[in-house]
Design a protein. Structure first.
Length: 150
């Protein structure tokens, strides 16, 4: 399956209408982005049931800003409208394949429960770090999350 170019006009629709979306934030001047592109394209062909999307951070600065993209390439995985992974860096083919497998294996009910438990006012003390601060281990797998939330 060919990759889909995401813009601020089609982003919400694409993510809400598809249960599993991989998003590559990239730019044409970024050498690692250009090196990752064929790996990403090959993965899209190997997984035709998933949506592989790209966001040109130069053309879609508002969209990149909304996700606080500060390094590219950044790969994000959205399952059932929940960002379960986001991390900068070009992945080798084997790592991307493994990551897709991990994201497929997630129990999304469990992920949503962990997110709910980590929200302010939640009654689950296990989701809090020292002094009641969020430990960062739950949630939407935001920037810097090395593996999909499980």
């Amino acid at each position: 399956m060919a990759t889909v170019e995401l813009t601020k006009e089609n982003f919400d629709r694409t993510v809400s209408e598809n249960p599993f979306v991989l998003i590559d934030f990239w730019a044409g001047w970024c050498r690692p982005c250009l090196q990752f592109a064929p790996v990403y394209e090959k993965a899209s062909e190997a997984h035709p049931d998933l949506v592989f999307a790209k966001v040109d951070t130069e053309a879609q600065q508002e969209l990149a800003g909304a996700f606080q993209i500060t390094s590219i390439p950044t790969l994000m995985i959205v399952r059932d409208q929940v960002a379960v992974f986001a991390q900068p860096g070009a992945l080798p083919e084997a790592a991307l394949t493994d990551l897709i497998g991990q994201a497929r294996a997630l129990d999304m009910d469990e992920v949503r429960a962990k997110i709910a438990a980590s929200q302010p006012g939640a009654q689950d003390p296990g989701s809090q770090g020292p002094a009641g601060q969020d430990s960062g281990t739950h949630g939407s797998g935001g920037q810097g999350s090395g593996t999909p939330d499980a």
